[in-house]
Design a protein around this ligand. Structure first.
Ligand SMILES: Cc1cc2nc3c(=O)[nH]c(=O)nc-3n(C[C@H](O)[C@H](O)[C@H](O)COP(=O)(O)O)c2cc1C
Length: 199
């Protein structure tokens, strides 16, 4: 290897963090900010944080199947470019009525190939289930899109006990899970990027 060759072990990957709840007063922003700080300490990644409230995608009305990538609307083209640029994803999501949030599913459904052959981690939060039912409910969708979930996931039950003044400060178990998940994601991201692009 010459000094100009990229070292694949230390090559950075683009990690998109998606904050999946958009309602006023949401806890998702606090959890998302905390996870962003954890991920920023991980040398494998450069981050792109997508707050779906800010992205403000309307309900998907594109006339063509996303797999054709014949997008007609500017917001779809911009979303497509942003997701294409990512090597890996983390969805920060609660469960609503035992399932995923509508804005998250809408954002996913806009695109197809842009998600394919890339790894995904979960940060879920909620009551007794810690948001795990949203994660499990998404699995068939991930399969359809060839989006590959890594384990461990970060699942936080009764998460409001860790929030004070909008700052989420979880316990050691959750912090360890986040670090383990980021390590698994970095490894998977290298594998999938090599398979997609040969580098
Ligand atoms: C429409 C709706 C449905 C909910 N359903 C569940 C549920 O099925 N399981 C659960 O643990 N919490 C549920 N909750 C409580 C959420 O865990 C809690 O409100 C959490 O703060 C939601 O995330 P957000 O604040 O980022 O929107 C629900 C909340 C809302 C608003």
């Amino acid at each position: 290897m010459t000094s100009n060759d990229p070292d694949p072990q230390h090559d950075t990957h683009r990690l998109m963090i998606v904050i999946a709840s958009i309602r006023q007063g949401r806890g998702g922003l606090s959890v998302g900010r905390w996870f962003e700080e954890q991920a920023a300490q991980h040398e494998a990644f450069v981050l792109d944080v997508v707050d779906l409230a800010e992205l403000d995608l309307p309900l998907m009305t594109e006339p063509n199947h996303p797999r054709l990538q014949r997008y007609t609307q500017q917001h779809t083209k911009a979303w497509s470019a942003r997701v294409s640029a990512a090597d890996a994803f983390v969805f920060v999501t609660p469960e609503y009525n035992f399932s995923f949030t509508a804005p998250l599913k809408n954002a996913i459904d806009y695109l197809s190939r842009e998600w394919a052959d890339k790894p995904l981690g979960f940060v879920t939060y909620g009551g007794v289930s810690g948001g795990t039912r949203a994660m499990v409910a998404l699995l068939p969708t991930l399969q359809a899109l060839r989006l590959h979930p890594v384990m461990p996931a970060v699942n936080v039950p009764f998460y409001t006990q860790y929030i004070e003044d909008d700052v989420f400060s979880p316990n050691e178990v959750t912090i360890k899970a986040a670090n383990d998940m980021l390590a698994a994601l970095a490894k998977a991201s290298r594998t999938y990027r090599r398979a997609r692009t040969g580098r």
